[in-house]
Design a protein around this ligand. Structure first.
Ligand SMILES: NC(=O)C1=CN([C@@H]2O[C@H](COP(=O)(O)OP(=O)(O)OC[C@H]3O[C@@H](n4cnc5c(N)ncnc54)[C@H](OP(=O)(O)O)[C@@H]3O)[C@@H](O)[C@H]2O)C=CC1
Ligand SMILES: CC(=O)N[C@@H](CCC(=O)OP(=O)(O)O)C(=O)O
Length: 305
């Protein structure tokens, strides 16, 4: 028997890509509503009542509203929005962060998908804190570049109209919505300086953490800590800088649910940059949501990915 899945917001950027990943699966049956009624609370509640799991691909306020609509229903939820990522009642949907987290996702009713930039930043920082190579109270800076689909339908329209710049940096008032989840899920006590940017390509992202090195914090030690942490994971790989070469390309993993971590720099110079490359709509959103769905349904984690 197929599981019934409702994608609330399936006409949006994240929702469409989840639908593409689920549409051909025989173990999944999609619950659909008349597109004209996609924002109608009664139609959505009816869809929620028919679903085993609903995936919320909505702006934050609409995601909160969806939670209210499902309050007395049995449906389990995966929320792709920012609304519940630092809410203790929700399990953070980043199974590679800790085995215990994967177990909790499997049985959770409420799972919050990590943000796209946060996925890269947390993937780098959390294991390095655990390994004692970054202090919880160390002041860090995170730079990133994203494809324009990260800004949803509105930013896509700007790029497709041809009016948007080739590249822009933003968020420098340090109020970016991913900062709270990066701190909450790494244990960082000092707010990192975060400088995201957007380039004129649809999908793909690179998140960079510059670090100064010392006798303990060497390139090899950073690499080993990350490689140990992610050993055996099928969607997070840690590769040697030499395998990547001089250019790190944000679009390298587009269309996949992979995230690739690498450590670049020079011990003599005392400087390194740890980089995460992922598809903002793959491991950064839609792919991660499908991975979490597979875990929640006790299916092969890679099904449809
Ligand atoms: N794009 C990305 O890379 C990532 C996005 N996310 C998150 O996923 C969520 C969706 O983002 P994204 O897909 O980019 O956004 P989009 O703007 O592309 O899509 C949002 C969709 O939600 C629909 N919608 C808005 N309000 C309601 C409502 N009240 N009821 C039902 N549907 C509604 C919109 O309808 P309409 O078609 O009328 O606009 C639209 O189809 C956001 O919370 C975002 O932060 C997470 C990770 C990465
Ligand atoms: C390029 C761009 O605008 N990116 C979005 C983040 C992408 C996204 O939608 O983030 P969530 O994963 O938290 O939903 C931003 O900076 O707000």
């Amino acid at each position: 028997m197929a599981y019934s899945i409702f994608i609330d917001g399936e006409a949006g950027t994240t929702g469409l890509q989840i639908r593409e990943r689920l549409a051909l699966r025989e173990d999944i049956s999609l619950v659909q509503i008349d597109p004209a009624r996609r924002k109608d609370a009664d139609a959505r509640r009816e869809a929620f009542s028919q679903a085993d799991v609903a995936i919320l691909c909505l702006p934050d306020d609409a995601a909160r509203e969806a939670v209210e609509l499902t309050r007395d229903l049995d449906v389990r939820l995966i929320d792709a929005s920012t609304a519940h990522r630092v809410d203790d009642r929700w399990v953070f949907g980043f199974p590679e962060l800790a085995d215990e987290l994967r177990d909790r996702i499997a049985t959770a009713r409420l799972v919050s998908n990590p943000g796209c930039y946060s996925t890269g930043a947390i993937a780098i920082i959390a294991p390095l804190i655990e390994a004692g190579l970054i202090d919880e109270d160390e002041p860090l800076a995170i730079n990133a570049v994203s494809g324009y689909t990260g800004g949803g339908k509105a930013l896509i329209a700007e790029y497709e109209d041809g009016g948007a710049p080739a590249h822009f940096v933003y968020g420098l008032n340090q109020g970016h919505k991913h900062i709270p989840e990066i701190m909450a899920h790494t244990g960082l006590l000092v707010q990192p300086v975060f400088a995201p940017s957007v380039g004129n390509f649809a999908q793909g992202m690179a998140v960079q953490l510059p670090l100064h090195l010392d006798d303990d914090r060497t390139i090899a030690a950073l690499y080993e800590a990350l490689a140990d942490h992610y050993a055996g994971q099928q969607f997070v790989e840690v590769v040697k800088a030499a395998e990547i070469g001089a250019r790190i390309v944000p679009t390298a993993l587009n269309g996949t649910n992979l995230m690739r971590l690498s450590v670049h720099g020079d011990d003599e110079a005392g400087c390194a940059t740890v980089v995460a490359v992922l598809d903002n709509l793959g491991k950064g959103a839609s792919g991660a949501a499908v991975q979490n769905l597979n875990i929640m349904l006790d299916l092969d984690e890679a099904e449809g990915l």
